[in-house]
Design a protein around this ligand. Structure first.
Ligand SMILES: *Cc1c(COP(=O)(O)O)cnc(C)c1O
Length: 401
């Protein structure tokens, strides 16, 4: 069966809510993937940073298969011997006091919103149903009705209303706008330390630190969505560390499951997550032993195999290298660690054609919005392999000049 066969079957039976590159992957290992025609490609997207540890990491696969033979699902009606250990290990690693486990990133964002509202009513003294949460323009926090309701991207919202109330939007990076938007009813400020989906947008230096200060001053929770930026992607365990801040609530997902399993979590203090009482929130698959065993090993390999340090070093190396490309199409190259965006001028006719051309060269990456190419290889990538990629990127820019 060739590529066209699978593309045709997918397009006939599968809903068209994505616009994938036409490469049909059948096998993967580390930073490499193979398509159904036997061609090898370098994965420069890492499943939107869900495969930071590299594809089919042997230790994570081993944890998965060994746990699969023991017990995979208990539900929270009973306890299992994996969830308590993951909860403890996550707290030990991150310094937070408590964890609430979910499955997808969007579910964890919803959970953080619930926690913030509950805290506002029970602790801050906001009147019932009056809590407000401040979000940022061009945010991406997932795809549920509530979350897209506070998105500013028309494509995400069109024909999906009505939406959940209680959200306010301010421009990203604008500290005065945040301060002005706070009212006595403000429960939380929800923010991405780097807006990845919006095009690898880095806020002005000091923004997150000042935002945290303003939140503290006004008794507002600072919620960081580190689903994509977290767990080493930007060269630190969390991108918030660049500004020396610890959020009140931290949301993680994606590579918490090592690319092998969907698991997400909300990390916070006892004073906040401790407010949940039996029955107030839940998930059938949340904290299932298979997910927890995979997550435990996924965290261990990040640490033991020094992936955060590698992300910082390789990211810096590659960013500088990319900046040497002379092309009339490139407006800016920016990023932190191995989360890098190449923004093209509008006259370049869109990032998509560059991604298509890179695919033909054996490099898989994806445009984000119209004009940004995102480079986000697994955090295990080596300098030699980055040089391999760089040669191809340079060639494509020359070809499309
Ligand atoms: C991917 C992502 C989400 C949503 O995660 P899903 O697992 O796709 O629901 C939320 N926030 C950020 C910053 C993300 O990158």
């Amino acid at each position: 069966m060739d590529t066209k066969f699978y593309v045709d079957v997918e397009d006939l039976y599968g809903a068209h809510n994505y616009h994938p590159l036409d490469v049909v992957i059948t096998k993967a290992k580390g930073i490499w993937v193979w398509d159904v025609e036997g061609k090898k490609h370098l994965d420069f997207l890492s499943a939107y940073s869900a495969v930071n540890q590299g594809h089919c990491h042997p230790r994570i696969v081993k944890a998965l298969t060994e746990q699969a033979k023991k017990v995979t699902l208990t539900s929270r009606a009973f306890r299992n011997d994996q969830w308590p250990m993951l909860a403890k290990e996550l707290c030990d690693l991150t310094g937070f006091e408590m964890v609430l486990p979910m499955n997808s990133g969007a579910e964890a964002v919803e959970t953080a919103i619930k926690a913030a509202r509950m805290w506002a009513y029970q602790k801050k003294g906001v009147a019932q149903d009056e809590a407000e949460i401040i979000t940022c323009e061009n945010n991406f926090h997932g795809r549920t009705i509530t979350i897209i309701g506070f998105s500013t991207e028309p494509l995400y919202k069109k024909d999906f209303g009505p939406f959940t109330s209680g959200f306010v939007t301010v421009p990203y990076g604008d500290i005065d706008a945040l301060e002005e938007a706070i009212t006595p009813n403000t429960a939380a400020f929800l923010v991405e330390p780097i807006q990845a989906e919006a095009g690898i947008i880095l806020p002005p230096e000091g923004y997150l630190r000042k935002a945290k200060e303003i939140c503290e001053k006004n008794n507002v929770l600072f919620i960081a969505d580190e689903i994509q930026t977290g767990l080493g992607r930007t060269g630190k365990l969390f991108a918030c560390e660049y500004e020396g801040i610890t959020p009140d609530v931290m949301i993680i997902g994606k590579s918490l499951g090592g690319g092998c399993y969907a698991i997400s979590a909300v990390l916070s203090s006892r004073g906040i997550l401790g407010l949940f009482s039996p029955g107030s929130h839940g998930s059938t698959f949340g904290a299932n032993p298979l997910a927890c065993a995979v997550a435990r090993e996924s965290l261990r390999v990040i640490k033991e195999e020094k992936m955060i340090e590698n992300s910082a070093q390789m990211g810096e190396y590659f960013l500088e290298k990319l900046k040497t490309i002379k092309s009339k199409h490139i407006k800016e190259v920016r990023g932190k660690g191995l989360l890098i965006g190449v923004e093209l001028h509008p006259e370049a006719d869109g990032a998509r054609q560059f991604c298509e051309a890179l695919k033909d060269e054996g490099l898989l990456c994806k445009e984000t919005h119209e004009n940004v190419i995102r480079f986000a290889p697994p955090l295990i990538i080596k300098q030699k392999e980055l040089n391999w990629a760089f040669k191809r990127i340079k060639k494509v820019f020359k070809k499309l000049e």
